[in-house]
Design a protein around this ligand. Sequence first.
Ligand SMILES: [Zn+2]
Length: 386
Amino acid sequence: MARLPAFGLVPLLIGLSAGCGLAQESLATAKLASASVSLAAPAARTEPAPSRVAPSRPAPAPVLWAVTSLRGTAYVSLREVAQRFSLKAAWAKPEGAMTLSDARGVRLAFEGNEHDFYFDNLRIFLGAPVLNYKDGLWISLLDAIKIVAPLFRPADHFAFLPQQAPKIIMLDPGHGGIDPGTESKRLGLNEKTLTLEVALRLKPLLEARGWRVLLTRTEDRELSKDKKTDLLMRNEFANRGKADVFLSIHFNSAPDNITGIETYAMAPRSMRSTGDEFGDEMTKVAYPSNRFDYANLLLGAEMHRALRATLKTPDRGYKRGRLAVLRMLDCPGVLVECGYLSNEAEARRLATPAFRQQIAEALAAGLDNYASALTALRTQANSPRS
Ligand SMILES: [Zn+2]
């Protein structure tokens, strides 16, 4: 059960047009001072915005989110989210977990006080915890408009996604040279070697699919003796190479027997990074890569889904991070943690070329799926509406 402090509740009606990314950005930083906020339609293009509907249809009414302040943060009810997506909301266990499902089955599963939810069984972390209030569970407005809605309805956010098919990719084998990354001393394995090995396996797989592949390094070397500069240079290489996608490859460590995969995408402005309970000044900053929040989200979801499907290792979650290796990118980018060197059994698996090839194939499949998803959305957006 969610434990809620007794706050004065501030019900607000926030007007949002569907897929209104710019409005969402404004909202994320707004103080919500006004009792009724009407937000303008997206202005992604400089020319006059084309009509979103055929002339024969009436103009859609502004979509309203009923927002309540919980723990000082704007929250929306999952029942409302369900209504918006034409899903059925139901308690999965009495007042503890809710599922939002359609005729095909459960699509979204939430649990009170948890930071994550499941979307088609994919574990995805939110910026704020799910809260139990009144007759249901609630999620933060920022999570609704920056994670849940664009994942469930990417077509509504098409104007904020890349309009061209991605062709150039910058692969970033994590660490290198003086920085070995994490290590398995028992097996004599280190992260910097594995990341490069996987990147070099991935390169031909992508080239065979028509990608132009660039790498931040092709040998065992650091990009700079200074770690911060090293990470920034990886951003800079992608930007100078005019990459359409950036993929940073890593392996993980944990103090116990944890195994599995994690994927990180840049945290949208005002959203806390996963595991960051207190927030910091950085949450207030819009970094260059925040221009690609929706594409980052989609890319990360496809990479995480492909890793999970291929490797069949535990799903440690698709997370948010304001990572130095992602912050300054001029293109969508994600970081993947493909397994734990700190776990003996997983490290032994990572030591085998066959498993590393599986990782490379999973990453290639994820990138393919991202490109295909963009193509499908572009086709959908360009097709005449009835
Ligand atoms: Zn690493």
